[in-house]
Design a protein around this ligand. Structure first.
Ligand code: TA6
Length: 277
């Protein structure tokens, strides 16, 4: 896939001896590509993304903080459009490749959200897995409350044929129909616009895309979001091609239903390992 990239946005590469490679934009600490050791791209990235400073990148793994979705802050918070500081980048134990990025409050974030915080994202690339660790610390003098997500845009060959396993029996809010309901089906098939926030989901979710699977293992993030805009909504999104919905599915690790409150000095950690099969 060819992606035009504005050189103003800084991008780093994680590479593993096995041949797996990931790209990460320091804006948003956003992973924008992950190719496993067999050479298969596992993330969707829109060719129509603006790749301009301060504008959300459509695809990869945006970090939503301190607000998931709509609310008093800009949609999905500000962490995804801020420049993060690269603290570490290089080889790690067992041949892994690691990047550690940090975002701290500054005048601009305090103007939107008057709190002292430190966020770090640690990305570790392995042969067939990508591991992310989001660490939130309250560095201020007052408590704050946040919601968050790793908004994974998975690349799939055909969304019509994809099944998501592991959410059976989970309560969810269906944003398309505006109802709270429960998933009784043994697997989730995507057959139209889908926007669901699953509450208290199991730690493992599996996405099966033909012969390819992706296992998502999560700690800390209690909720999952499954989103595909489908044909009609995609046509209204200027940063996606009309047919892109066929090749993407968001299965997100999130903390939404029960917002997290941190006292001064308090910490919260969420992790996610995506394993390619
Ligand atoms: O996680 C699903 C969702 O909240 C959808 O409702 C949809 O709006 C999507 O995120 C993308 O949001 P964005 O602001 O990046 O267009």
């Amino acid at each position: 896939m060819h992606v035009a990239t504005d050189t103003a946005l800084r991008k780093i590469t994680l590479s593993h001896d096995s041949g797996s490679v990931a790209q990460l934009h320091t804006q948003g600490a956003q992973i924008t590509s992950w190719r496993d050791a067999k050479g298969r791209e596992r993330l969707y990235l829109s060719e129509r993304s603006p790749f301009r400073s301060g504008m959300a990148i459509r695809g990869g793994i945006p970090v939503m903080f301190p607000q998931f979705g709509a609310g008093v802050l800009p949609k999905h918070g500000f962490a995804r459009v801020r420049e993060w500081t690269l603290l570490e980048h290089g080889p790690a134990r067992g041949g892994a490749s690691l990047a550690l990025l940090e975002l701290r409050d500054d005048d601009a974030t305090r103007a939107l959200w008057p709190h002292g915080f430190r966020l770090t994202l640690t990305a570790t690339l392995l042969e067939m897995a990508l591991d992310l660790r989001l660490h939130v610390t309250n560095t201020g003098d007052d408590a704050f409350t946040f919601t968050t997500a790793l908004h994974n845009y998975l690349h799939v060959d055909d969304a019509n044929m994809v099944r998501v396993e592991g959410l059976t029996g989970c309560a969810y809010h269906d944003k398309v129909r505006g109802v709270d309901t429960r998933d009784a089906a043994p697997v989730v098939w995507i057959a139209g616009e889908t926007d669901r926030v699953y509450a208290g989901a199991p730690a493992e979710t599996r996405v099966v895309d033909g012969a390819h699977t992706l296992l998502q293992r999560v700690t800390g993030f209690a909720d999952r979001v499954v989103w595909n805009p489908w044909a009609e909504l995609t046509r209204t999104l200027s940063d996606m091609q009309p047919d892109d919905y066929v090749h993407m599915l968001c299965v997100e690790a999130a903390q939404i239903w029960r917002p997290v409150t941190l006292a001064p000095g308090g910490e919260w950690i969420g992790t996610q390992t995506l394993s390619a099969g």
